[in-house]
Ligand binder design. Structure first.
Ligand SMILES: Cc1ncc(COP(=O)(O)O)c(C=O)c1O
Length: 399
């Protein structure tokens, strides 16, 4: 009998973190590797935010605070929701966690009983199903094919709902596809949800600020006020403010859920770092000037990567609305061979690509839709150009 708890038997380490680590290991061993696996901006945290953290240390903001997050930060989040999303949340309807991931973890721990179903549109961010599984939840995957822009369709949502459904997880813009839902696409999903009052919505808005070509971001609680009482609107500073390592995420929603999450925090991590929270206050209240500037840089990279990938034999790539990922199909290389080895899956494709050309990407299998792979374009134009040239060469040399 293993000493490790049974609840871990259904889960695995994050595959995206695994690819990042593998690329780092190969690099350390002297290989010329371009890592396109990491889901974090390559920009540094803006100076005003760093200065706020330094000031917090000097002011002695280094003590325990409320498990829900500091009052200052929850006020800043409340103001953010009003300003950017037209949503009214008081500070007591808001909780701050150890990154967005910490918030989702707590929300599932607070609400999932064994056997409860969580609808997860696929392809999905790798942590939703595993966190649900950890608490005995049952992920119900709904495939969102490429010809529907990798977006959940109302009819498919309707079919997936059962009396056991607890949550629908919606992530727009999406990790791993970059797909973002327009107002009318969300409207169609909200109409289905209105018919099923037992289903709660977890809206993961982490990539809200990374949308391109004038795309207008919206979120379910804003679109359908009748869903406000059963929507957990989740967001964070990690991606928009280049603050992945600071570990600050937050959510606003029904008081019973927020209180339950705060209780969990009071008995687990207590809260995320007081210094990180002070930095997040500055991120939300301070200048937002660099957000559109960074978005311009990401947009140019997206356009470049989509163009270059579509020049690779056997690869096709949609141009997504947001985030910093593309999710190209590698259907055209399945069945071909590299070095005498047949490529039967996207996992083999990415494995051989790393071996042959030193380009690290993540297999679609990790996100629940194959045969695809995910590229994070949160890296320099130079690295992206070089990586795409290597992918092109690899594809051309396949037999
Ligand atoms: C869709 C999505 N949600 C949540 C998170 C978690 O973000 P954080 O780093 O704040 O925990 C990520 C990070 O990769 C993500 O891609």
């Amino acid at each position: 009998m293993s000493f490790i708890a049974d609840r871990l038997s259904a889960i695995k380490p994050s595959p995206t973190i695994a690819v990042t680590n593998k690329a780092a290991e190969l690099k350390a061993a002297g290989r010329d590797v371009i890592g396109l696996g990491a889901g974090e901006p390559d920009f540094d945290t803006p100076d005003n935010i760093k200065a706020a953290a330094k000031a917090a240390i000097d002011k002695g903001l280094t003590k325990y605070g409320p498990p829900a997050g500091t009052v200052d930060l929850r006020k800043a989040i409340s103001a953010k929701f009003k300003r950017e999303n037209g949503l009214d949340y008081t500070p007591d309807q808001i909780t701050v966690g150890v990154g967005g991931k910490g918030v989702i973890f707590n929300a599932f721990m607070a609400t999932i009983n064994p056997g409860d179903e969580v609808i997860v549109p696929a392809p999905y961010w790798v942590s939703y199903p595993d966190i649900a599984l950890m608490f005995g939840g049952q992920p119900v995957f709904v495939t969102c094919p490429e010809d529907k822009g990798f977006k959940l369709q109302a009819a498919d949502l309707e079919k997936a709902i059962t009396p056991k459904t607890k949550w629908l997880v919606l992530n727009s813009p999406s990790n791993p596809t970059g797909a973002a839902y327009t107002e009318s696409e969300l409207r169609a999903l909200c109409d289905v949800l209105l018919k099923h009052p037992h289903v709660y919505i977890m809206s993961d808005d982490m990539y809200e600020h990374l949308v391109y070509d004038g795309f207008k971001f919206t979120t379910p609680a804003q679109i359908e006020p009748k869903l406000y009482d059963r929507t957990l609107t989740m967001n964070g500073v990690s991606k928009a403010y280049a603050m992945t390592g600071w570990r600050v995420g937050y959510a606003a929603g029904p008081l019973p859920i927020i209180k339950a999450i705060n209780m969990i925090q009071s008995q687990s991590v207590t809260h995320t770092s007081s210094i990180s929270q002070a930095a997040a206050v500055e991120a939300l209240n301070g200048t937002q000037d660099f957000i559109p500037k960074n978005a311009e840089v990401f947009k140019a990279r997206r356009d470049l990567v989509v163009k270059l990938l579509n020049e690779c034999k056997g690869v096709t790539c949609l141009k997504p609305e947001g985030a910093f990922y593309v999710y190209p199909s590698c259907a055209g290389v399945i069945g071909k061979s590299w070095n005498g080895k047949k490529i039967e899956t996207d996992s083999q494709f990415v494995e051989y690509l790393l071996e042959a050309e030193g380009v690290a990407v993540v297999q679609g299998a990790a996100f629940g839709l194959s045969p695809y792979f995910r590229i994070s374009y949160a890296t320099s134009t130079e690295a992206l150009t070089k990586a795409c040239a290597r992918i092109k060469k690899f594809c051309e040399e396949l037999k």
